[in-house]
Design a protein around this ligand. Structure first.
Ligand SMILES: NC(=O)c1ccc[n+]([C@@H]2O[C@H](COP(=O)([O-])OP(=O)(O)OC[C@H]3O[C@@H](n4cnc5c(N)ncnc54)[C@H](O)[C@@H]3O)[C@@H](O)[C@H]2O)c1
Length: 264
């Protein structure tokens, strides 16, 4: 039996976290780095990305990397994986975390908004998972993919129709890829965060036209049995579990981390 201490050990592993410059992604990058992984933050934010990398722990002298990447662009996805392999030699863990959640009543959604949300939240994660899996196959198989979905994959918040469609799609994409990639020893799982305090969440709500932000937040809080918003680290702990040997027989699940919101 593997000793307990090795179950969360990521020494020698290389992990890519998209949207790792802030919020949930930065929290996940921190936990993976703490466990010894060499972390690559892939983000569009060229200021916050390197700043986040500079704060990551580096036990055993492991070094981390920022690669400017827009997940909407398949050429940039290819370049990201090529850079990771050139600079770090391999790829073991992919966390598809980058995502946007612009609130807009369904009747005001434009084709451009629809495309932007679906391209970042669903198309990007598929093409990056595909490219990462090809690399993992080249290495002889094995690896873990963690997709950051949302409770909106199964329960609409309201005024988030394209987002809900993208996260519902990401949930099913997780299940499809879990089946197809299992023969390569690649596990594919998702996390469904509830309401998490992040820069993106703080920014999205007050600017949404036609949405009463304080009412929405209040209705969220009163429905959370654990009576608090989540923190990025609440999601990072779940991501560490799914990315690590502790979850060696777990694939195709969506782990709900929402303080009990979906129960109420
Ligand atoms: N915060 C929540 O309450 C909550 C709840 C459920 C699910 N989620 C999901 O968690 C993930 C992270 O959310 P967050 O709240 O930390 O968001 P955030 O806005 O705080 O951070 C998102 C990060 O993604 C990056 N990003 C945006 N577009 C990108 C692109 N095209 N390519 C690469 N990087 C890009 C941003 O620069 C930023 O660093 C998202 O997928 C979101 O849908 C968040």
């Amino acid at each position: 039996m593997e000793p307990w201490s090795s179950l969360f050990d990521l020494k020698g592993r290389v992990a890519v976290v998209t949207g790792g410059a802030m919020g949930i992604g930065a929290g996940i990058a921190t936990r993976l780095a703490e466990q010894g992984a060499a972390v690559v933050v892939a983000d569009v934010d060229e200021k916050a990305g390197p700043a986040a990398v500079a704060t990551l722990p580096h036990p055993g002298g492991v070094s981390h990397l920022f690669v400017r990447t827009d997940v909407r662009d398949v050429a940039q996805i290819d370049r990201l994986v090529e850079t990771v392999v050139r600079e770090r030699g391999r790829l073991d863990v992919l966390v598809n975390n980058a995502g946007i959640f612009p609130f807009a009543p369904a009747l005001s959604v434009t084709p451009d908004l629809w495309n932007r949300v679906l391209d970042i939240n669903l198309r990007g994660p598929f093409f990056l998972a595909r490219r990462a899996a090809l690399q993992m196959q080249r290495q002889g198989g094995g690896g873990a993919i963690v997709n950051i979905a949302s409770i909106d994959a199964v329960h609409p918040t309201g005024s988030l129709a394209p987002y809900d469609a993208s996260k519902g799609g990401l949930h099913m994409l997780t299940r499809s890829l879990a089946v197809e990639l299992a023969p390569l020893g690649i596990r594919v799982n998702a996390i469904a965060p509830g309401s998490i305090a992040t820069p993106g969440a703080a920014q999205a709500m007050p600017t949404a036209p036609g949405v009463d932000a304080s009412q929405l937040m209040q209705s969220f809080l009163t429905r959370i049995p654990l009576k608090r918003m989540g923190e990025p680290d609440d999601i990072a702990r779940a991501a560490l579990f799914l990315a690590s040997p502790a979850a060696s027989y777990v694939t195709g699940v969506m782990l709900v981390v929402d303080g009990g919101y979906l129960l109420s």
